[in-house]
Design a protein around this ligand. Structure first.
Ligand code: ADP
Ligand code: ZN
Length: 517
């Protein structure tokens, strides 16, 4: 038994904290009692201490399996600064460097050894000569092809529990979907592990979704209200990260691009300058952020729709780790959905990917509290609406949109369900665009019947009608709009359709700010 005061003193001495965050204490006790754990905790929740503290409290060596070779050195340096004897092993080291580490371990000078799954074979000698007190598998979702970050090398980790049946094993991840959790426990042979699922609710993060029109203009307006605040703009493609960084620089902002195509030194520099507040804004692909511990990121913008909720939640989770109010803004564009749909269809497990994308889309289209939707994805239920998302702050106003809907649906019918959203809107608004005229659409009855509604508003209404099930987008037929059986009810039986007015994005922001103050 380890004394309560020893545990608290170690926490204070090595990490500088006076108390534990939720679940940390229970997890540590479970390990100290020799039992396996599966820990599901959001990014920033404080997973590391769950194995670092037991490592210090027990005799022997703790092995930490981590996928992030690039960040191992930083992690280990951070521990060493705090006086924690830790080191790492990976393929980038020379035999001489590895020799030094082996000797230190033999001499019991090391408490934590970080190792990439690919390098586990280097440990044979250590396994037979050293007492292993704990095995930690970080980013454990990498083991599962159900997760969003599959690493084949992780799948061999199942041997660890068989080889060390009496050594506690802790698997940690911020990925929460049920299929992945079960897969992790099964593959690691720890199906009896005690499961700890921390709350995924990060109340200090405000949530907002806006239509993806004039995005740069909207971002600059957003930034003008937040001078010198650190933030990340996540983009889908490398090219976009560069073009956005450039546009922000032109607008006078201190912004840099980051993606996997930038060379190693360039990436390290961007990362370091961001952490040290020398660079205010990083425009990045999802390659940026894993393992970065910066507590004062004040906002995260998603320039493009993320491909699933896990990724989105992990990325917005990089804001506000210090617990202070922080903003997140997601741009929702129909073009992104089409692109992501294509990616998903090309992926190995396309059914899973498509289903995940669908959930992401539902979140972005939500007309009720977004946090409720987000948390329900992670299996969590909150009684009350959150009051800190755009829907709560500015609830949608419904109006009788039956006539608007009938106009759109009859236009789709007259176009023989053969055209996409853009062209349907052009016809409704009586556009003279070439494609309209070439097809003779100016002669249709529905041509120009609704030019009092702006292009952007029409887009909002039509997408809403898709979400309400009156229209379908045929992704395999050039994204043409199709009528559903319910559409016929609206067209022929005068079924009522309630629609919401598009939010004026500037008004939204003003309203949100007033309520904050
Ligand atoms: P995760 O791995 O879950 O993303 P970390 O272990 O990196 O989270 O911890 C996130 C942040 O919270 C770090 O800055 C860490 O120092 C801090 N932290 C962790 N535990 C505590 C605690 N008990 N008290 C205060 N801060 C903590
Ligand atoms: Zn809400």
């Amino acid at each position: 038994m380890i004394e309560e005061t020893t545990i608290l003193n170690t926490l204070k001495e090595y990490f500088g904290y006076d108390s534990f965050r939720p679940l940390q204490r229970e997890i540590i006790d479970t390990i100290l009692n020799g039992n396996d754990c599966l820990v599901i905790m959001p990014t920033g929740g404080g997973k590391s201490i769950c194995y670092q503290l037991p490592a210090l409290l027990q005799d022997g060596l703790t092995i930490v399996i981590s996928p992030l070779i690039a960040l191992m050195k930083d992690q280990v340096d951070g521990l060493n600064v705090n006086g924690i004897p830790a080191c790492f092993l990976n393929s980038s080291q020379s035999t001489a460097e590895q020799e030094v580490i082996f000797n230190d371990i033999e001499a019991k000078k090391i408490k934590l050894l970080y190792v990439a799954p690919e390098s586990l074979s280097y440990l044979e000698n250590i396994f037979s000569s050293t007492k292993i007190s704990l095995i930690a598998v970080d980013e454990a979702h990498c083991i599962s092809s159900w997760g969003h970050d599959f690493r084949p090398a992780y799948t061999q980790l199942g041997f660890l529990k068989n080889r060390f049946p009496n050594t506690p094993l802790i698997a940690l991840t911020a990925t929460a979907d049920k299929a992945t959790r079960e897969d992790i426990a099964n593959q690691l042979n720890i199906s009896n592990a005690k499961k700890f699922v921390a709350s995924f609710d990060r109340k200090n993060l405000s949530l907002e979704v806006r239509p993806g029109t004039d995005r740069i203009k909207q971002i600059i307006q957003f930034l003008n209200k937040r001078p010198n605040e650190s933030g990340i703009v996540y983009c889908l493609s490398r090219k976009t990260t560069e073009s956005i960084a450039e546009k922000l620089q032109q607008a006078g902002y201190n912004a840099e691009a980051y993606h996997a195509g930038v060379n190693h030194d360039g990436r390290s520099k961007v990362q370091e300058d961001f952490i040290n507040d020398k660079t205010q804004i990083v425009c990045a692909t999802v390659a940026f952020g894993m393992g970065i511990d910066k507590s004062n990121v004040r906002w995260v913008i998603h320039y493009n729709l993320p491909k699933n909720i896990e990724g989105y939640y992990q990325e917005i989770g990089r804001a506000g780790r210090d617990g202070l109010p922080s903003y997140t803004l997601l741009f929702h564009s129909y073009a992104d959905v089409v692109q992501l749909q294509k990616f998903a269809e090309g992926a190995g497990n396309s059914e899973v990917q498509l289903a995940k994308l669908e959930r992401m889309k539902q979140y972005a289209d939500a007309l009720s509290c977004r946090r409720k939707i987000l948390l329900s994805y992670f299996g969590e239920f909150i009684e009350k609406d959150c009051g800190n998302c755009d829907v709560c702050k500015n609830p949608p106003q419904f109006f009788d949109g039956t006539i608007t809907a009938q106009k759109a649906l009859s236009c789709v019918a007259r176009l023989k369900e053969n055209e996409n959203i853009g062209l349907v809107i052009d016809v409704l608004r009586g556009s003279h665009n070439q494609q309209v005229l070439e097809n003779g659409y100016q002669n249709l009855k529905t041509y120009g019947i609704a030019n009092d509604i702006s292009w952007r508003d029409w887009q909002h209404y039509i997408i809403q009608m898709v979400n309400l099930g009156y229209l379908e987008i045929a992704f395999h037929q050039k994204n043409t709009l199709k009528l559903t059986p319910q559409a016929k009810e609206v067209l022929f039986n005068n079924k009522k359709v309630a629609l919401t007015k598009p939010q004026d994005t500037l008004v939204t922001e003003k309203a949100a700010n007033t309520k904050q103050e």
